[in-house]
Design a protein around this ligand. Sequence first.
Ligand code: AMP
Length: 281
Amino acid sequence: MLIFNDIHSLKTELQRLSAQSLSLGFVPTMGALHAGHLSLLNYAATHCDVTVCSIFVNPTQFNDKKDLERYPRRPEEDKKLLQEAKCDILFMPDVQEMYAGVEIPHFELGYLNSILEAQHRPGHFDGVAQVVYRLFDLVKPTKAFFGSKDFQQVLVVKRMCQLARLPVEIFSCPIIRESDGLAMSSRNLLLTKEERVVAGNVSQFLQFAISMLGIKQLYEIQAAIEEKVAHLPSCKLDYFEFANPNTLLPVTEYTSGEPIVALIAMYVGKIRLIDNQTFNF
Ligand code: AMP
């Protein structure tokens, strides 16, 4: 695996590959890698000739300074995991390398920038659009692979690519989970033992919600989830919503045969967890 910290050497290698007309599969990450990230690399390897992973904890997408400070960083473990996963190229720039002296366009993300995650994390998706644009501009991938755990992020990235007319194909890949259902996340490392047990409830709430479709009204399911969270020690619900998975616009009434996604964001202690589950028929 080739590791680059600077843009110049990355570009030199990418130009060499582009001269051979090889397809590039790209997986942008913030590191502290787990099986979820590695599954994306696996998809990239299946669909493309060369796999590129980036590790960059992007400060512009953190609306909470403390969250940025405590975000787990494990560069040596990450390199080992990527090597084992047969990643071809790892790009690990610092903040200076990524942003100094570059002007990045602002993207009008529309309603995607005011609902769900955006409502609770102002500025987050502007930062996401900015960093993904910058990375795509550098790497120029053929295809890029994202986790559907960050459901809204995938829509934001697609919108940004449309606006910037970037010729990259975006893939949304399945959520990889722990044995109790908890969606894998770098932030899970920050949970205490007790919080980690409680965190298992997040995916169970989604399963419960999906199992109630067509039996209870959506507002009743929502109220039941709110009550369940209220009964958990040191937990706080940011939102639990049903939406159309293609647009993320809210759904207030379930129609059998129409796809629906349930999305949740909640704090377990100080750690904010998100998860979702789509129901297709
Ligand atoms: P992050 O390092 O958290 O920014 O995530 C990098 C990429 O990995 C994003 O596209 C995430 O959606 C994806 N990802 C994170 N957790 C998972 C998971 N449990 N399963 C699948 N993909 C994931």
